[in-house]
Design a protein around this ligand. Sequence first.
Ligand code: MOS
Length: 754
Amino acid sequence: MAADATSPFGQPTPRIDGVAKVTGAARYASDEPVAHPAYACLVTSAIARGRVRALHLERAKAVPGVLDILTHDNVGAQATPPPQLSGGGSTTTLETDQVWHDGQIIAVVVAETFEAAREAAHRVEADYVVEEPGATFGSPGVTTEPHHPAQSGEGDPKVGDAAAALARAEVRIDARYSTPTQHHNPIELFTTTCVWDGPKLTIYEPTQFMWGLKSAVAKQLKLDPADVRTVSRYVGGAFGSKGSVSSRTAWIAVAARRLGRPVKLAASRDQGFTIATYRAETRHHLQLAATRDGRLTALSHEGSEVTSRPSGYNVAGVDTTARMYACPNISTSVSVVHADRNTPGFMRAPAETPYMFALESAMDELAYALQMDPIELRRINDTRTDPVDGKPFSSRSLMQCFDQAAARFGWSRRDPRPGSMRDGDWLIGWGCATACYPSNIGPAACRVSLTPEGKAAVHLAAHEIGTGAYTTIALTAAHALGLKVEDVTVVLGDSDLPPVPVAGGSNNAASTVNATLKACEELRARLAAAAVQDRAGPFGGADPARLQLQGGALVWSGRREPLAKAVGRVTAGALEVHAENVPEGLPPDAMAKLYQGTPVLLRGGSRKDATAYAFGAHLVEVRVHRLTCEIRVGRVVSAFAAGTIVNPLTAYSQFMGGTIWGLSAALHEQTEIDLRTARYVNDNLADYSIPVNADVPDLQIIIVPEQDRTVNPAGIKGIGEIGIVGMNAAVANAVFHATGKRIRDLPIRPEKLL
Ligand code: MOS
């Protein structure tokens, strides 16, 4: 979209909510003041499989200040479990006596103070019927089945005859990879505050989906959705963990109703590992076939993922890996392994992070088998056409990303032989990988008002999860209404506002910016229509489509009318429009579904005739100590092309944060599981390893300009997730280049190199 010289759209802009955040004025959900609250503490199961035979509450009730204890015996029938993300059944909590996984909620203690609730929770004694749990792949008693195909109803991608092409391959790679369980650990804990006012329930809870939480809890408690309001003005980190509805919310609402008083819960860090979702461990069997000159002739990707006993949740990243490179024969499949675990869920680039690790590692292995530069291998197999369904990519700047990153990195100085580059006792390795993420967009509604004083307000139930949503939307309205950013007020995070989709799948900017632009355009059109009717005014008789809002005025052909007049002509108060945007390609009932809180996203672009992805390239230098095998990342250059960038400053943060997380996924992160008990061992921030500043080296991000007129009118592809994708493989590939050791199982820890 064209921006005039004075427009702030596309200009690096500090967050408009930055001061509020750093001064503590920003109100996170658990900061919301409520009158005379009671405090809840969860009791969670100490076994992973079995039943609760009895709960002994006497010692807990004896703690001074205890008000109530919810168990399956006294409230079990009052709520149903929240909806599942994909096929299959759901795990229960207080609904029954069944224990599906370690750390499952089995009781909720409510007391006058947090301390009393916690003390009493520790005194609840549970008698269990214990069964032997199966923790993960290969554990006793776990079951495996094919996954339920994608929402679209299309099966796993399949093209040509991959088996035959593999059989006659000139060069072939056949390898198995794995990625571990990981937990998001946003700094803001999983909190819920519930307040009843007669039949009306208000829920203060950090969420990535205001309207989804509202409708889900209404359904769980059999309430009229109109009686449920959710409020979440700021979210202190989400990464997918606050995208789906967890069990706790309905029980806190029940607790507040029983007590006739607001109830506040702040679950502990370790409880966050089991009452919310996580990134499941995955396994991959990758087979590639290529001609001697490097053209792919076959790709076979078989994935397998862990989920809970009843849930069919899976991420099925073969949908993306099958589309990355030109290839005439593609075969993919995904299976799920049901274990005695909590149900996994979204975590930054849920599908792409594990699946692209496998593909991009295998591509590196193929490059060595061909004795070819790994960037050249990707160039040879670059394509303008989606190899699965033959649609053109709406835009694809993958090689521009590689070329710009390579130039900055100095890639041409790379000696391809493993172990050939050294600095004293340190082995130097340079590796690369492709990043990508499907460009999602959903329906969104938005209310915009403008006063004769030139002040605008934008209202929508969007989500500030740290990405800079307030600022992005302010820049958009300022641009479209010809105002300064400081003249725009943005109000988000309340389900009383017009709905937008879940802040997931990197759709947020595309969905909300396009809806905001639509509302602003309707506002402009109303002002223009009135202006051209006014024969005494400067635009009498003009074509209303030509009138623009710029610099605090309505303008056309050198004429200029200040907003005081242009808006004052139609109102002395505020002119307000409500707009609903349904992107092309979504079914006509998409807006109705959004109002019902149903997830509606258009995956992979907005047009039937194109496949839309953002692309990027990671180039990494690692240093591996010859004797201790200590692994340090020395340098990273990552380049991304993701269409229109509304705010390059916050975009840089997203790319950088994602890239660092990819480094973390490669070298640091793993939720350790005790295989005998199916319990998480390092469920705290002391033992769960993540990178600190000293682990993050010279990190450079390049934003490659890209215009995509197909993906959506604003040309936005989304940037929240792409940064993490492929980075794990780039690090692993660099480790191979340094050491000659191919580590196919993440994370890469020194002991795997010894
Ligand atoms: Mo993102 S993992 O879809 O919140």
